[in-house]
Design a protein around this ligand. Structure first.
Ligand code: SAH
Ligand code: SF4
Ligand code: F3S
Length: 437
């Protein structure tokens, strides 16, 4: 027997969808009457919302759980949520002491599971119910200026290195009306920008021919909403309608995160990406034709099994050809249960390290060049948080760059700014006016 918890703390790892899920778990526990604890150390219940994407992410969960033990030998009630919970289930309790294990499609049941755990024993739910968790979560009440909204979950692509199709299940799109309702609720709760989320967000469909661009056009009509973004997209789901929306929906920000992973066709095929290097580059040409100033972002994996020096060089040359505004790069991590984990040709760690360094040098160079080229531009910045200096506020440009300003303005304001100075990771701006919303 444990006393039922009165306070809780949620810690999310991994992708933005986990951040969104973590917020919704928090809202759910608050609706149950629990209070938010300032940190994990003082909470009665700690919810670890975990990521399974790479080995290091998974191992982090176990070290975090170890650190929750207090000096007097006690520990909080521990709930493991997210993708490690889905992948490992009750096995987690064999390695370490936890009370609740709940998967990403079952967290609407957290209150019952916590109550079960308080009665003693382990409470587990990793079902992927047909009826959606979303209908059973409390309404959105208070959010910051930039909010996430999950519209699509799961993945049917089965890239050979990736656990997501197993941890998040098959591609499921939320209904059109439910999404528009939630967007309205987010705007009423303070959001000025909404980022539509999905593992393959551009695969969203209402099953009746409507796609993500129709959703974007519906959100465009919400007064009070200033900006729309979406992530993460797959190259093969990039419909012409979505590209067209970049040309004529003013609220849709000129930014596209479109992972490619490798610039070499043999590696792409071994990864089961189902697109070629050339197909990706031609797609970006079409996107740029629709929106010439669009900022591009990507994900890369180095050291996929069998990747040769020449194949890796193709990734570097693709980066040169695209000129990314920013990007993420990862060392390949073999994941249990994925086809790539059984492939021959493991790349030695020192070669992977060396390739990652070369790749990141190229990406950093391009990011710095993109930022430098932004100096002199006038743009709107949505102020999202205070900076370190007195009177300083930090927000985002349309191209998702961090911009800091000194201004007599508030968080949530959209201000027009002249970009005057570029650093490697952010820009400085001078406010010229408060933008019309
Ligand atoms: N659905 C998205 C993102 C999936 S996970 C997409 O397909 O683009 C985010 C990124 O993690 C991937 O784009 C990939 O670059 C990286 N990733 C996934 N599995 C990995 C693995 N086993 N090792 C290293 N990086 C991986
Ligand atoms: Fe993973 Fe590929 Fe699906 Fe992205 S598209 S989630 S990398 S399987
Ligand atoms: Fe990680 Fe799951 Fe997201 S594995 S990247 S938290 S979908």
């Amino acid at each position: 027997m444990n006393a039922p918890p009165k306070t809780f703390h949620v810690k999310s790892f991994g992708c933005q969808m986990n951040v969104y899920d973590g917020e919704r778990m928090g809202e759910l526990m608050t609706a149950q009457g629990l209070a938010v604890a300032p940190d994990a150390a003082s909470a009665d219940l700690v919810i670890l919302n975990t990521c399974h994407i790479r080995e290091r992410a998974t191992e982090k969960v176990y070290s975090d759980i170890g650190r929750l033990r207090r000096d007097d030998g006690t520990r909080p009630m521990i709930a493991v949520a997210g993708c490690v919970a889905q992948a490992e289930g009750a096995e987690i309790a064999r390695r370490t002491k936890v009370d609740v294990v709940v998967g990403p499609q079952a967290y609407h049941r957290l209150p019952e599971l916590v109550a079960d755990a308080a009665r003693g024993g382990l409470a587990v739910d990793t079902d992927m119910p047909v009826e959606s968790k979303f209908g059973r979560l409390p309404a959105r009440r208070r959010v910051g200026p930039s909010a996430f909204l999950t519209v699509q979950e799961g993945c049917d692509k089965f890239c050979t290195y990736c656990v997501v199709p197993y941890t998040r299940g098959a591609e499921v799109s939320r209904p059109f009306a439910a999404i528009v309702d939630e967007a309205n609720a987010l705007v009423d709760a303070g959001a000025r920008e909404i980022t539509l989320l999905g593992q393959n967000v551009n695969a969203w469909t209402d099953g009746d021919g409507r796609g993500l661009h129709d959703l974007i056009r519906a959100l465009d009509r919400i007064a009070g909403l200033a900006r729309i973004r979406y992530t993460t997209s797959h190259p093969n789901d990039m419909a012409q309608g979505l590209i067209d929306a970049h040309a004529d929906v003013e609220k849709l920000m000129p930014f596209l995160h479109l992972p490619v992973q490798s610039g070499n066709d043999r590696v792409l095929s071994a990864m089961n990406r189902a697109h070629s290097r050339d197909g990706y580059l031609r797609l970006l040409d079409r996107v740029r034709a629709a929106r010439p100033d669009i900022a591009l972002s990507g994900d890369f994996i180095v050291g996929f099994p069998g990747e040769t020096d020449a194949e890796f060089a193709d990734t570097l040359s693709l980066i040169d050809a695209v000129g990314y505004a920013q990007a993420f790069s990862f060392k390949y991590s073999a994941r249990p249960g994925t086809p790539a984990a059984d492939m021959a040709g493991a790349i030695p760690a020192d070669v992977i390290d060396d390739r990652l360094q070369q790749l990141q040098a190229a990406l950093n160079r391009d990011q710095a060049a993109f930022n430098a080229a932004s100096v002199g531009r006038r743009c709107d910045v949505l102020l999202e948080r205070p900076g370190k200096r007195v009177g300083q506020l930090i927000g985002k440009s349309p191209w998702l760059q961090s911009v800091h300003v000194i201004a007599d303005a508030s968080i949530g304001d959209l201000v027009t700014v002249d970009l005057v100075h570029a650093g490697p990771n952010s820009l400085a701006g001078e406010v010229v006016a408060r933008a019309a919303a």
